[in-house]
Design a protein around this ligand. Structure first.
Ligand code: NAD
Ligand code: IPM
Ligand code: MN
Length: 348
């Protein structure tokens, strides 16, 4: 018997609603198999912060670190100052567990509504750097609130950090049929960081001679994502560009309700964390309106990461089937109805 030991951080807003469906589908896909799953919930997010003023303590981190992987819903709440939970909880987890590969696949499944008139075949993955860039909090402000205010957010890019994510992206490109890697940056303006990224890609490329290398500036990348997305296979990019591009990538492949992600620590030193690309969606929270598919697909990424590829593939197929059926449907389903439908498909 294989045991799976997961930490679950449902979080805020629609987080608990979509995570419930993710766990429902996880149970269904493992039912009757020789895999036993234990899930340990961690009460983190707005409620905890209001009650105790804490976001994520050292004790929380130490406890979460003991699990094999983490499933997260979303964090962020209109009643908490912006940045407190995002930085103090979500980014703290990504940094503490050295999630340097933020993996965000985008596939346009048959029958999925897309705003694109002529999308072609869309199947790419964004390898977003997860521990550096402007996210590190290297900045500050002076004379705040005065006309002389200066506010800095410094983007940190280290040779070590860039090289390890670029090498990971090349390896992923190598393993895909099209073997193409596109660096997205803005080296015409961000010359320091941009040239580091470019030189690193050139250097690592010599180790992967059968991977085709391409480059585009991030502004142009937004054009191509809309008018020629099939040109992309693996995109490697920094933390902030990757954040922005993957919301756009979600929008062209059926919407944010379908986009899953993995915050991966490829060394295995720390647990990797899987979560929908979307946030806590306060505008629809508590109404059973959220699409839990992104959370369910995040469970599939988690299973794949832990080597349970057959179960991951079954979830994938269940989602594809459900999506194909949605196309012609006129009724809108609740969050839990979608979860039920997916659970039934993986079981059956
Ligand atoms: P958001 O992703 O929460 O919402 C953007 C839009 O997408 C909203 O209209 C929302 O209703 C819709 N949406 C999101 N998920 C959906 C789903 N599963 N089904 C249907 N519609 C869905 O982004 P935002 O509004 O910019 O941020 C809201 C809060 O979430 C903020 O506090 C932000 O910091 C936080 N946030 C957290 C994460 C995370 O935890 N990983 C990610 C992004 C934003
Ligand atoms: C995401 C979110 C986070 C990010 C925020 C909430 C810190 O937008 O996971 O895409 O910017 O990485
Ligand atoms: Mn984002």
């Amino acid at each position: 018997t294989r045991t799976l030991d997961l930490a679950v951080i449902a979080g805020d807003g629609i987080g608990p609603e979509v995570v419930a469906e993710g766990l429902k589908v996880l149970d269904a896909v493992l039912a009757g198999s020789d895999v036993d799953v234990t899930t340990t919930p961690y009460e983190l997010g707005a409620a905890r912060w209001h009650a105790t003023g804490e976001t994520l303590t050292d004790e929380d981190l130490a406890a979460i670190a003991k699990h094999e992987a983490i499933l997260l819903g979303a964090v962020g709440d209109p009643g908490v100052p912006s940045g407190v939970l995002e930085r103090g909880l979500l980014l703290k987890l990504r940094f503490a567990f050295d999630h340097f590969v933020n993996l965000r696949p985008s596939v346009l499944y048959p029958g999925v509504p897309t705003p694109l008139a002529d999308p072609g075949e869309v199947d790419f993955v964004v390898v977003r750097e997860g521990t550096e860039g402007p996210y590190v909090g290297n900045g500050g402000a002076i004379r705040v609130g005065t006309p002389a205010e200066v506010a800095n957010e410094v983007s940190v890019n280290t040779a070590y950090g860039v090289e390890r994510v670029v090498r990971d992206a090349f390896a992923r490109a190598q393993a895909r049929p099209r073997r193409k890697l596109t660096l997205v940056h803005k080296h015409n303006v961000l010359v320091h960081a941009g040239h580091l990224w470019r030189r690193t890609v050139e250097a690592v490329a010599t180790e992967f001679p059968d991977v085709t290398v391409d480059y585009c500036h991030v502004d142009a990348a937004t054009i191509y994502l809309v008018n020629d997305p099939s040109r992309f296979d693996v995109i490697v990019t920094d933390n902030l560009f990757g954040d922005i591009l993957t919301d756009l990538a979600a929008a062209i492949t059926g919407g944010i309700g379908l986009a899953a992600s993995g915050n991966v620590n490829p060394t295995g030193e720390f647990p990797s964390m899987f979560e929908p690309v979307h946030g806590s969606a306060p505008d629809i929270a508590g109404q059973q309106k959220a699409d839990p598919t992104a959370a369910v697909l995040s469970v599939a990424l988690l299973l794949e990461h832990l080597g349970l590829t057959e179960q991951a593939a079954r979830i994938q197929r269940a989602v594809e089937g459900d999506i194909a059926e949605r196309a012609g449907a006129t009724t809108t389903r609740t969050t839990s109805e979608i979860g039920d439908a997916l659970a039934a498909r993986v079981a059956g």
